[in-house]
Design a protein around this ligand. Structure first.
Ligand SMILES: Nc1nc2c(ncn2[C@@H]2O[C@H](COP(=O)(O)OP(=O)(O)OP(=O)(O)O)[C@@H](O)[C@H]2O)c(=O)[nH]1
Ligand SMILES: [Mg+2]
Length: 220
């Protein structure tokens, strides 16, 4: 397989602008597994670590999975303008820290976001050109239910709540640039990776092309 994450060298005068790469899906569609695999495969990709008021689950690490804060502190951070976007999901607050995303994009890095449709809408409103969004669908209702149960991280009540919300979340698929149906994890990762690699090569994300082409023309 060709490793497309290694670019052919660009002329010194041409640079790349990065983008925000958003993955959303109903609970249990496999988004977290896809996220993990993508980060492993593509070294140019960094994960945006969200802040949340949800309680830390066993196995989760502060600062790696999320920055965990109290609801009160989250409210204060909202008021202080600390978030690029934020939303309430399943009764808890989640938000993207405004911090380094802008600088990362300008430096040509691609930033991966595991956020819901509300957050995606907010990013779209403020930074459409820097946003590429992918919605992951489960292959069937049954598959979704089984994945949620197998995960077993949450109580039965929590699983039921998430199932009920899944139908609602599904209805937002049409707000996304791309849709991937995750019936086979490896294949789904390949497909999302292909999108990532094609989007990196968009003309609009390359700076300095006009001058570069002018120099080429001068040689004729
Ligand atoms: N808008 C927004 N949504 C977020 C953010 N961080 C996480 N989320 C979303 O919040 C939802 C719940 O995330 P978690 O509490 O970690 O639960 P989970 O088990 O990962 O749930 P799923 O990913 O939905 O299966 C997911 O849909 C995430 O995509 C954020 O910063 N902003
Ligand atoms: Mg998740």
């Amino acid at each position: 397989m060709i490793d497309f994450s290694i670019d052919a060298p660009l002329p010194a005068s041409v640079t790349r602008r990065g983008f925000m790469f958003v993955l959303s899906s109903p609970s249990g569609a496999g988004k977290s597994s896809i996220t993990r695999a993508l980060l492993e495969r593509d070294a140019s990709l960094t994960l945006s670590i969200s802040t949340t008021s949800r309680r830390r689950r066993p196995g989760e690490t502060e600062g790696k999975d999320y920055n965990f804060v109290s609801s009160e502190d989250f409210q204060i951070m909202i008021n202080e303008g600390k978030f690029l976007e934020h939303a309430k999901v399943f009764g808890n607050y989640y938000g993207t820290p405004v911090a380094s995303v802008k600088q990362q994009i300008e430096a040509g890095e691609n930033v991966l976001f595991d956020i819901d449709w509300q957050g995606t809408q907010q990013l779209k409103a403020t930074a459409r050109d820097d946003l590429v969004s992918v919605f992951i669908l489960p292959p069937s209702y049954r598959a979704l239910e089984q994945r949620l149960k197998k995960r077993n991280q949450d109580s039965d009540a929590e699983v039921a709540k998430r199932m009920a919300k899944a139908a609602d979340e599904l209805s937002h698929f049409a707000e996304y640039d791309y849709v991937i149906i995750n019936s086979d994890l490896e294949q789904a990762v390949d497909e999302v990776y292909a999108i990532l690699q094609a989007e990196r090569r968009k003309r609009a994300r390359m700076n300095g092309l006009t001058n570069f082409v002018r120099e080429l023309q001068d040689g004729f």
